[in-house]
Design a protein around this ligand. Structure first.
Ligand code: FPP
Length: 253
C-alpha cells in the first residue's frame, strides 16, 4: 500500500459510473452485459475503498432521467440492483459496510423496495464504509423537496439545509471531497449538486466496467495533489495582500 494511504481523515468519494453501454458496444455485446460488468466494478471498489482512506462512497446507479432508456435496459438495471442488494448484504454486514439508498423509492418495484429496506436495516451498524447508492435519484428533485421543508425550518443555515437533504435518518453525509466520472464525459448529470459544491473533480476515460483499485488510487493521488481552497487564497498567495497599497481595499469596508 502507498505510504500516503489511508488518508488522515476518511474521505467522501462520489462516482458517476459511466461507460457501461459503450464498453459493451465496443465488444459487440448487449448493453445489459455492460451493466452486469459494472456491478463487478462496484464490488471491486467497495472492497478496496476503505483501505484507500475512503469513509463514504456514493455511487450514481440510476437517475430519474434514466427511465427514458429502453424498457428492457431499465428492467435490467432494476434487476441488477435487487440482485446486488440480495447477494451483498451478508458480506456488507460482515465487512462493516453500511448501505443506504438515496433517491425516490416510490415508483420502483415493491420487491426492490423491500430489498432496499432490508439491506439498510441489516447494515445499519456498519462502521468501515458508508456505501450510499443513488437510485431513482435527481439532485435537483432532492433540493426542491428539501427547499419545501426548509421554508418551515427555523434554522436557515447551510448545515440545516444539508440535514434536510440527507434522507436517511440521523446520519448526515459529509460534503463530497472527490467526484469521479468514468467513461470520458465531463458533466455532473444532476448528481449531488449541493453536496459537491467544493468537491474536486476527476474525469477519466476508463469505462466503468474496467474501473478498479488502481484507477481509484490514481484518482485519490490526483485529489491529494490538489490544493483545496474553499474560496480562500492559496498557500502561495498568503502574504501577497501585504503588498496591496494602503486604502486599495477601502471599498470592501
Ligand atoms: C451509466 O452507463 C451507467 C448506468 C446508468 C447504470 C449503472 C448501474 C450499474 C453499474 C448497476 C447497478 C448498480 C449497483 C450499485 C448495483 P451508460 O449505460 O450510460 O454507459 P454509456 O454512456 O456508455 O451508454
Amino acid at each position: 500500500m502507498d505510504a500516503n494511504f489511508p488518508a488522515a481523515s476518511p474521505l467522501h468519494v462520489a462516482v458517476i459510473m459511466d461507460g457501461n453501454g459503450r464498453w459493451a458496444a465496443a465488444r459487440n455485446l448487449p448493453r445489459s452485459l455492460g451493466h452486469r460488468e459494472g456491478v463487478k466494478a462496484v464490488r471491486r471498489i467497495v472492497e478496496c475503498a476503505p483501505d484507500l482512506g475512503v469513509g463514504v462512497l456514493t455511487l450514481f446507479a440510476f437517475s430519474v432521467d434514466n427511465w427514458r432508456r429502453p424498457r428492457h435496459e431499465v428492467g435490467v438495471i432494476m434487476e441488477l440492483m435487487a440482485e446486488y442488494l440480495r447477494s451483498e448484504t451478508d458480506r456488507c454486514v460482515e465487512e462493516g459496510v453500511r448501505v443506504t439508498v438515496l433517491g425516490c423509492t416510490q415508483g420502483i418495484a415493491p420487491a426492490l423496495q423491500a430489498a432496499v429496506r432490508e439491506a439498510q436495516a441489516r447494515t445499519a451498524h456498519g462502521k468501515t464504509l458508508w456505501l450510499r447508492v443513488a437510485f431513482n435519484y435527481s439532485s435537483r428533485d432532492a433540493i426542491l423537496s428539501a427547499a419545501a421543508r426548509f421554508r418551515r425550518d427555523r434554522d436557515r443555515s447551510r448545515a440545516a439545509f444539508s440535514r434536510l437533504l440527507a434522507q436517511n435518518g440521523e446520519h448526515i453525509a459529509p460534503d463530497v471531497d472527490l467526484l469521479i466520472r468514468t467513461g470520458g464525459e465531463k458533466r455532473l448529470s444532476d448528481f449531488l449538486l449541493w453536496e459537491a459544491a467544493y468537491a474536486e473533480l476527476h474525469f477519466t476515460d476508463v469505462m466503468w466496467p474496467e474501473f478498479g483499485a488502481e484507477d481509484l488510487k490514481c484518482a485519490l493521488n490526483d485529489f491529494r495533489g490538489r490544493e483545496r481552497r474553499f474560496g480562500t487564497v492559496g498557500r502561495a498567495a498568503v502574504g501577497a495582500n501585504e503588498a496591496v497599497p494602503a486604502g486599495a481595499l477601502a471599498w470592501l469596508e
